[in-house]
Design a protein around this ligand. Structure first.
Ligand code: EPZ
Length: 417
């Protein structure tokens, strides 16, 4: 199993380019199921989750072609079987995003329940409840969601809590429903907006994406389109946090500062100097960072997918800080691994108290999930001596060529298997 070996202590410096967003690419690929014509996507990141999604769609009959850069064309002219098997779904929860499009397009779908996850229970009850409100008959049998509907019918759906993929699933399904759907308490994440932009280019009638009420007027069919995927704001935030923790100076190209307010605000509070243009963010951290309090919440508040990385920054900052996780009930696994590097972190319920230490020491640590692994890489870049980060397959799910990009910024890092 691949590991990363990192020699800490070098401040990151230089420039690198940000890839397309994983959490936009996954729902966008599922949108191809909604039309018989080709959907051409550009800025598609090379990630394990993207490969898994292409396999999932391919086994349903979607013709997939990738060019030698970051383009992919998906053509769902005919679908063999509207089935998402357990073998694939268990490796990637986002597979649930085929459910809405399949019911809307084929009138039926069989999708394996995603099962448990390292960061929390993560049920999909709101996806199911929303589709039932659109008129689908749904049964859960032998670990599969079996859904049927001659044609979905528009409805007003008030979601009990903000769910990103739940909003995306229902928005896609509602595009081909009879009549108008109103999603209330919808997710406002930029990835939802990017999906709505692509669906509109395919002929969908959507208004309000980015706000907490989204209205979708159903149409009889959608056509093909081309769409350039938005930059990955979590990859951007991860590199900025790494630069701040190592007291470095970096520029990230192909980024979008407009969708990172909460993260940039916290980095400024920590003492970073930030400059940005339309598509480049530069950060310089001259002295020791200051500890910053963080509380995660749905967009536009501070993203849960940046919580672990900020904890790594706080672990070497001056002073103490609190990190409160309000979205997932088990997203502090990285804290226990950081303690192995000498971090001073105390957890009580959904809050961690982080007392910054002068120095971390290299050791062997184990990644438990995607963002936890990114935080351990940041801690290792700061630590004295050598750190081995084990189980980095988690990292490959969401970061494109991370060790190459970090090496470009002067990190002493190598992959070993
Ligand atoms: C998306 O997951 C992202 N994944 C996650 O990123 C991200 O952490 C999360 O949104 C929150 O921002 C993708 O976009 C592919 P939710 P999602 O539904 O949609 C509860 C990463 O690191 N809930 O918004 O699955 C749920 O348990 C990943 O890239 C229900 O109770 O998250 C959680 O507590 C990790 N019932 C909360 O809502 C439901 O039916 C928010 O989850 C759905 C969700």
């Amino acid at each position: 199993m691949d590991k990363l070996v990192i020699q800490g202590g070098a401040p990151l410096s230089g420039e690198t380019r940000i890839s397309g967003a994983k959490n936009a690419a996954l729902p966008l690929m599922c949108a191809a199921l909604l039309t018989r014509e080709p959907l051409a996507l550009s800025n598609v990141p090379h990630l394990r989750d993207v490969t898994t999604m292409l396999r999932l769609l391919g086994q349903m009959g979607v013709k997939v072609s990738r060019d030698d850069r970051s383009g992919a064309t998906l053509h769902a002219e005919r679908l063999a079987e509207p089935l998402a098997p357990y073998e694939l779904v268990k490796t990637m929860r986002a597979s649930i995003l085929v459910l809405g499009p399949l019911v809307a397009r084929c009138g039926e779908a069989r999708v394996s329940l995603p099962g448990g996850c390292a960061i929390g229970l993560r049920p999909v009850d709101l996806h199911i409840k929303g589709l039932q409100a659109l008129g689908a008959e749904i049964e859960v049998e032998q670990g599969y969601i079996a859904a049927r509907a001659k044609r979905l019918t528009g409805a007003r759906i008030v979601m009990d809590l903000v769910t990103v993929t739940g909003t995306e699933n229902l928005m896609m399904a509602a595009c081909l429903a009879q009549g108008t759907t109103v999603l209330e308490n919808a997710a406002r994440e930029p990835e939802v907006v990017d999906l709505a932009r692509c669906l509109s280019a395919m002929g969908a009638r959507i208004s309000g994406a980015g706000a907490d009420v989204i209205t979708i007027e159903g149409v009889a069919s959608l056509h093909g389109a081309t769409h350039h995927i938005m930059p990955d704001r979590i990859e951007t935030g991860t590199f900025l946090a790494a630069a701040a923790a190592t007291r470095g100076r970096v520029s990230l190209h192909g980024a979008d500062p407009a969708i990172l307010d909460a993260v940039l605000e916290k980095l400024r509070e920590a003492g970073a100097e930030l400059e940005s243009t339309k598509d480049t963010i530069s950060l310089a951290m001259k002295g020791r960072p200051r500890g910053v309090n963080v509380r995660t919440a749905p967009y536009p508040a501070f993203p849960t997918d940046m919580q672990a990385q900020l904890m790594a920054l706080d672990a070497v900052a001056s002073g103490a800080a609190t990190v409160t996780e309000t979205i997932f009930e088990n997203r502090f696994m990285h804290a226990l691994e950081m303690q192995r590097l000498g971090a001073d972190i105390e957890i009580s319920g959904n809050t961690a108290v982080v007392r910054g230490v002068e120095k971390l020491q290299g050791a062997t640590v184990m990644a438990t999930d995607l963002r936890a692994s990114a935080s351990l890489v940041i801690a290792a870049l700061v630590a004295d001596g050598e750190t081995t980060v084990d189980r980095i397959y988690h990292l490959d799910r969401g970061y494109e060529r991370i060790e190459e990009k970090l090496a470009q910024l002067g990190a002493r890092i190598r992959r070993v298997n």
